[in-house]
Design a protein around this ligand. Structure first.
Ligand SMILES: Cc1cc2nc3c(=O)[nH]c(=O)nc-3n(C[C@H](O)[C@H](O)[C@H](O)COP(=O)(O)OP(=O)(O)OC[C@H]3O[C@@H](n4cnc5c(N)ncnc54)[C@H](O)[C@@H]3O)c2cc1C
Length: 481
């Protein structure tokens, strides 16, 4: 790690924030030979490693094992006396973080050729910044400061220590009664995981359904799955008041529908806001949206032509893979003077059970875009049948020329099957490319294969192709004669 005192007066590229976007930007720029400085206020690795993907998926893994043990009797395997040792579960969560952390460490980044300094950066002008008060000039800069959880501002909430995705990983005991406020991806993933680990979970969602950004049928399946796991899902309601107990953690939640819910801990999953406070964006002549996201063009350039932005702070889809890819795009454009643009094809997975995996156009958008939909229900997928996990479906959205324009998969390991669909959508592949590739049996991706085969078959039977096939067979019979 570099000391502040050892910094040069000017660097080629200043990157603020060492989450996924900043880390990938730094490695990319250093790889091009640019004099690169990565500044991090807290710890390298960012949300994905410390508070996001890694801890949440580790917790979900433990929760899935607990649930599989309970469900074993469906397949004739009776597991008695299931006991969740929450301290051991959290040790697994922190163990996973510790195992991955070296990949994102200052030492690893410095080995790639970039300097890493710990300190808080702030712009002081269009080409100048300071790090903990030490001035530095830059030729180009990348803003990669990420986002932070939104806190609720309901009357009485100030008396309760509300958990967020930043702090829930510090829990040492499993909350007996947990209320989750917010039914988006994070609320659903964590609510279901805690229920499977043994908490009594109430999930409060303001809107009429969970996962409002996802397909309605997918959300319906996830809602039923959460309820099967014991989550008390309260839709179309919101918190109006909180009564805190003296311990500062537990209390009673009063909902707008007149009901009240006692809780031991409260977890807010209300979305995220961009981390731009104190960043000096005005001094840098970098404009933001009303919600505070840094405004970028498709090449990730801000209103200051020397400054770029990537990751959650840019308001583009908030995923680690987007942050990584866009960190690389921003650094490449900044260092090489190119205008590479970001991809519109962004796969996403909600890691509930079943998972919801989506890319490109969704079934509800098909008609408006001149596309058709092929759906295979997982009751017809042999892998799902042998696993006794037939709840789910695979839908492909296909344009008039047979090109895959989007996919939605709901089921176990849906995120793994999504890779093939993402490749097909981004490469503009047609369903006959999927249908002519041999798929291993029995796998969940059989569903994708069968949906593609169904589409190819329909096209072959359609009028235009029929004419072509008839013409070909006439030519063939003439040749045979
Ligand atoms: C619970 C949860 C689960 C998630 N699960 C998934 C998942 O399964 N898959 C997925 O793709 N995405 C997931 N995400 C989203 C993913 O974590 C984020 O999209 C990703 O981490 C964003 O990366 P980033 O680089 O933009 O920002 P961050 O990772 O937030 O990094 C920003 C960094 O900037 C630093 N910083 C901020 N201001 C300054 C400053 N002034 N000076 C210096 N440093 C500064 C911060 O300390 C931080 O380290 C999840 C998020 C959460 C909260």
């Amino acid at each position: 790690m570099t000391r502040l005192a050892d910094l040069p007066a000017t660097v080629d590229l200043l990157i603020i924030g060492a989450g996924t976007a900043g880390l990938v930007a730094a490695k990319t720029a250093a790889g091009f030979g640019a004099d690169t400085l990565l500044v991090e206020a807290h710890r390298t690795g960012g949300d994905c490693l410390w508070t996001g993907c890694v801890p949440s998926k580790s917790l979900i893994a433990a929760a899935e094992i607990a649930q599989s043990a309970r469900d074993g009797s469906h397949l004739g395997v009776h597991v008695d006396g299931i006991r969740v040792d929450f301290a051991a579960v959290m040790a697994h969560v922190h163990g996973a973080m510790a195992t991955i952390a070296p990949v994102d460490s200052p030492e690893t980044i410095e080995q790639s050729g970039a300097r890493v300094v710990i300190g808080r950066a702030r712009f002081t002008g269009p080409r100048r910044a300071e790090i903990d008060g030490r001035p530095i000039a830059f030729r180009q800069a990348v803003i990669a400061t990420g986002s932070a959880p939104t806190l609720p501002h309901t009357p009485g909430m100030e008396g309760v220590s509300v958990l967020t995705s930043d702090t829930v990983w510090d829990l040492t005991t499993l909350p007996e009664r947990l209320v989750v406020i917010g039914g988006g991806a994070i609320g659903c993933e964590l609510g279901q995981a805690f229920a499977r680990l043994g908490s009594r979970v109430v999930l409060v969602q303001r809107g009429p359904r969970l996962l409002p950004k996802e397909d309605e049928n997918a959300a319906r399946i996830v809602t039923a799955a959460l309820e099967d796991d014991g989550v008390d899902v309260r839709l179309s309601t919101e918190v109006v008041r909180v009564e805190a107990n003296d311990d500062g953690e537990s209390g009673i939640l009063h909902l707008v529908d007149g009901t009240s819910v006692p809780f031991d801990r409260l977890l807010a999953a209300l979305g995220r806001f961009p981390r731009t406070e104190g960043l000096g964006l005005d001094a840098a002549e970098v404009r933001t949206t009303e919600r505070g996201h840094v405004i970028v063009d498709r090449a990730l350039r801000t209103s200051n032509p020397r400054i770029w932005a990537a990751g959650d702070v840019s308001g583009l889809p908030q995923f680690t893979h987007t942050a990584g890819v866009n960190g690389s795009v921003a650094a490449t454009n900044a260092v090489l003077g190119l205008r590479r643009t970001v991809s519109d094809v962004v796969p996403r997975v909600t890691f509930t059970h079943p998972e919801v995996a989506a890319v490109g156009l969704q079934p509800s958008e098909a008609a408006a875009n001149g596309c058709s939909v092929q759906t295979v229900d997982h009751t017809h997928v042999d892998r799902a049948i042998v696993d006794d996990r037939t709840t789910g479906f695979t839908s492909l959205v296909i344009d008039g020329r047979g090109r895959l324009r989007g996919a939605l998969i709901v089921g176990p390991r849906a995120g793994e099957s999504l890779g093939e669909a993402s490749l097909a959508v981004s490469a503009g592949l047609k369903t006959n490319a999927i249908a002519s590739a041999t798929h291993a049996y029995p796998t969940y991706s059989d569903a994708l294969f069968n949906a593609a085969v169904a589409d190819v078959r329909e096209r072959l039977q359609s009028g235009a192709l029929n004419v072509a096939v008839r013409a070909l067979s006439r030519v063939r019979s003439w040749r045979v004669r």
